[in-house]
Design a protein around this ligand. Sequence first.
Ligand SMILES: C[S@@+](CC[C@H](N)C(=O)[O-])C[C@H]1O[C@@H](n2cnc3c(N)ncnc32)[C@H](O)[C@@H]1O
Length: 205
Amino acid sequence: MGRGLIEGKKARAYANKGKSKRTKIFNDFIVQNITLGTKIKVCDLCCGHGNTIELLKGKVGEMTGVDGSSEMITICKEKLQGVKLVLSSVTSTKLKSSYFDYVIIRNGLHHIKEKEDVVNEIYRILKPKGKLFVIDKFYTNLIMCHLTEIFDLLFKFNPHYLNHYMISKEATLSLFKKFRILKEVYLKDQKQKGIQQYMYVLEKV
Ligand SMILES: C[S@@+](CC[C@H](N)C(=O)[O-])C[C@H]1O[C@@H](n2cnc3c(N)ncnc32)[C@H](O)[C@@H]1O
């Protein structure tokens, strides 16, 4: 399924980490840019322990969470009822085509090397003119992009190495060629130099 999954004890630790300042910024961005209502169908890809699901549950008609980690899905099931939870890689799901009004992928994309497959899958499951929220980070330092590629080659056969696969801003934007950018917000990452966090609202065209 890929190296980026957060499984077992690491999933529990991630879920127990507590909310950071960024969590509020991301939540506010989603709430301010989404139309809520009983007819709205939302899919949260790489849902992890379900923080985005918790944020929107009960405010939209249908909420689906997808994660490739069985432990993350178990954690979601323990605390969330009334949502559909799917254990699957987000590169290829069995979800219906042209079904969702919104797809959200928050801090998931940088865990996955096969980003084009994820974006194609998102395009498939979104309704025409459906919206995509991407919250993630890219390298502003191009040397880091090259180093990621080199490490990926060197450690190809070690499934536990390199569970992040971050790319540049240009490469990120070119992933979304089939979408129209409605909103783009960039945050400075205080902790890690050479990395920038972004929040996009994109429309399927
Ligand atoms: C950093 S967590 C983010 C979780 C949540 N969206 C959040 O913002 O807290 C990344 C999640 O992506 C999941 N993941 C990584 N690669 C995946 C893949 N190929 N298919 C499905 N889920 C994947 C991991 O298991 C993990 O739960």
